[in-house]
Design a protein around this ligand. Structure first.
Ligand SMILES: [Zn+2]
Length: 329
């Protein structure tokens, strides 16, 4: 069962979140394995994409953004693209694209950044976009400030958080073929939305004490191993790390309130994409194979259009606006 746990440290300006994606993550992998055009993800891709999925769910529920949060890794090695999209209600989907041989490669720098131009992007796409409004996007490279290689997704994202949110954040991620899990610890801003144990955070300027609290909790979080994150349940993880701290727990988000797999593709969206590409593209596919076939990269669903479907599609397609290339996704 996928679950998301939120908690505060009583009296301290620190909050935390723990996510464990189990059946939802297994669904993502099973659909990929069942897709005859792709086959299963190679093992290192499972771990990179799973860690990204856990992180994207944590980020979406951390910022409570009214729109899709898209975490994307664009690589210049065998791993060309890894994408996770999370809706405000925590429905998510994920996909990755690799080219060429992966065998023997396991490090993030070898897979996605051998040429040094790999990027990680977080896009916030508002649910109700105003005319002309662009989605917000932040970018970080897949290496450190002095070009040193970064081998973990959590390090790339820590870099991102430092640049964009400017809030101290500790992220611990791990994923295998059954679990994708993550722990996020964050220092609350000074004008915090919580005021715990009667302490007025906004007026308390004793920064040093505050940093010590955050640093202690952050170090505890960093002591969590991948093995523990993958094998222990949420209660055991929180107890193992924070048994000496006083945690204020929120009701866990599970099942229909929690993170779950869902794809947004549909025949209508695929139709809109084909229209956007133009009739020549569809006619070429018809001439070659007798039908137009489009598969969804996220869920593996195949959409088929025969000559009659295509004729109907373009008979209706007079006028109207050009759909964006990603409209079908
Ligand atoms: Zn789909």
């Amino acid at each position: 069962m996928a679950e998301l746990h939120k908690f505060l440290f009583d009296g301290l300006p620190v909050r935390g979140m723990l996510v464990r994606l189990t059946d939802a993550w297994q669904t993502v992998l099973a659909r990929r394995s069942q897709n005859p055009q792709t086959g299963p993800y190679p093992e290192p891709i499972v771990s990179i994409l799973g860690e990204m999925a856990a992180a994207a769910v944590l980020f979406q529920s951390n910022i409570k953004f009214d729109g899709a949060l898209v975490l994307q890794l664009q690589g210049d090695g065998p791993l060309k693209l890894a994408v996770v999209e999370v809706q405000p209600d925590l429905r998510f989907r994920a996909t990755a694209k690799t080219v060429g041989a992966i065998e023997g490669l396991s490090r993030l720098s070898e897979l996605a950044n051998p040429g040094g131009t790999g990027r990680c992007a977080i896009t916030l796409d508002p649910a109700r976009r105003l005319p002309g409004q662009q989605p917000y996007q932040g970018l970080v490279p897949l290496h450190g400030d002095r070009g040193e290689p970064i081998e973990r997704v959590q390090e790339v994202l820590a870099h991102y958080m430092l640049q964009s949110e400017q809030l101290d954040t500790r992220l611990v991620l791990a994923a295998n073929d059954t679990v994708a899990a993550g722990l996020l610890i964050q220092r609350l801003p000074l004008q915090g939305e919580v005021n715990l144990a009667g302490r007025n955070l906004a007026q308390d300027e004793d920064q040093i004490g505050r940093n010590e609290d955050y640093n202690r909790i952050s170090l505890l979080a960093a002591s969590l191993t991948s093995e523990e994150l993958l094998t222990l349940g949420a209660e055991d993880i929180l107890h193992r790390l924070f048994w000496e701290e006083s945690l204020l727990r929120f009701e866990p988000l599970v099942q229909e309130q929690g993170p779950r797999f869902a794809c947004r593709c549909s025949r209508e969206r695929v139709s809109a994409m084909l229209k956007g590409l133009g009739r020549e593209e569809s006619d070429a596919a018809l001439a070659e194979r007798g039908n137009v076939e489009v598969g969804c990269d996220f869920c593996g669903q195949q959409y088929r259009f025969d000559a009659v479907d295509v004729a109907q599609l373009f008979a209706q397609a007079t006028g109207g606006s050009q759909p964006s290339p990603d409209a079908w996704q």
